[in-house]
Ligand binder design. Sequence first.
Ligand SMILES: *[C@@H]1O[C@H](CO)[C@@H](O)[C@H](O)[C@H]1NC(C)=O
Ligand SMILES: *[C@@H]1O[C@H](CO)[C@@H](O)[C@H](O)[C@H]1NC(C)=O
Ligand SMILES: *[C@@H]1O[C@H](CO)[C@@H](O)[C@H](O)[C@H]1NC(C)=O
Length: 253
Amino acid sequence: MGRTIQILSVLLLTWAYAQAQISSNTNSITETTETADSTETTETTEYGPINMVVDQLSNMAVNISDQTSTQLQANIERTLANILDDLEALTANAMAEMSIAIDDTNQVLLGNPKCNAAWNLQDFTLNVTDELRGCTEQLSNMIATYRAEGQQALAKVQSLVQQMAQLPIVCQSQQMGVALAPMGISFDNSNTCFLRGIAVINQGLAEAMHNASMLLVRMRRLAQDEMARSQQCSDALVAQVTEYLRVQRANCS
Ligand SMILES: *[C@@H]1O[C@H](CO)[C@@H](O)[C@H](O)[C@H]1NC(C)=O
Ligand SMILES: *[C@@H]1O[C@H](CO)[C@@H](O)[C@H](O)[C@H]1NC(C)=O
Ligand SMILES: *[C@@H]1O[C@H](CO)[C@@H](O)[C@H](O)[C@H]1NC(C)=O
């Protein structure tokens, strides 16, 4: 949101600068026009200074918007990476908690094959891994969903930045269409086109950024809830497995 205000401020400042440039250029334009033989030369001088200012204005807006979109991308990636880290930590902790009991039990049962002839370390470990994966499945799905939604939100912002970059050309071709209109009116048309375009794009950008930040807030909150649920599920599994293993060892001594 702060970025959008910054874009507007830059636009206003640069616009004031552009207006100053336009008035200071008026003399030289008039001079060139007076000496010009063909309408083509008149047009070239007419578009030159305006386009330079508009291009510069657009470049600055694009630069800031680009930074905004880069920050958004970093934010989405960081949020997803944090959730993934938590997910990995949860799985690793649960496995670490169970693996000592699994190893101990394996030693006892292998040393006394009569206790549980069906014991198979690999099968048991696979089974436990599967159940643990079940605990975190929803969280994994959520990460995939949010990765896709985050990319969509980012693409939306990037396409608006793209539109902003193309605006001077779009407005120039519109100006070409009215090239036969008396001088002065062409200026107005180009300026109006650019300002109106920038305002519309800026509004879209603000909305897209708002949507993206809502997505991030939702993602973090749901990830937290889902993480708590996964943790409960995993804790219950660890308790159940260690108890099962304890009973196996107790029955074997
Ligand atoms: C925009 O950024 C590019 C590279 O980051 C730089 O070369 C250019 O001067 C910047 N333009 C404006 C108007 O700030
Ligand atoms: C694997 O898990 C299922 C379901 O919890 C259980 O019924 C089965 O006994 C387990 N198998 C092994 C080898 O632990
Ligand atoms: C923002 O989200 C609303 C509601 O989901 C949607 O209608 C709108 O098109 C989105 N705007 C942008 C610019 O992505």
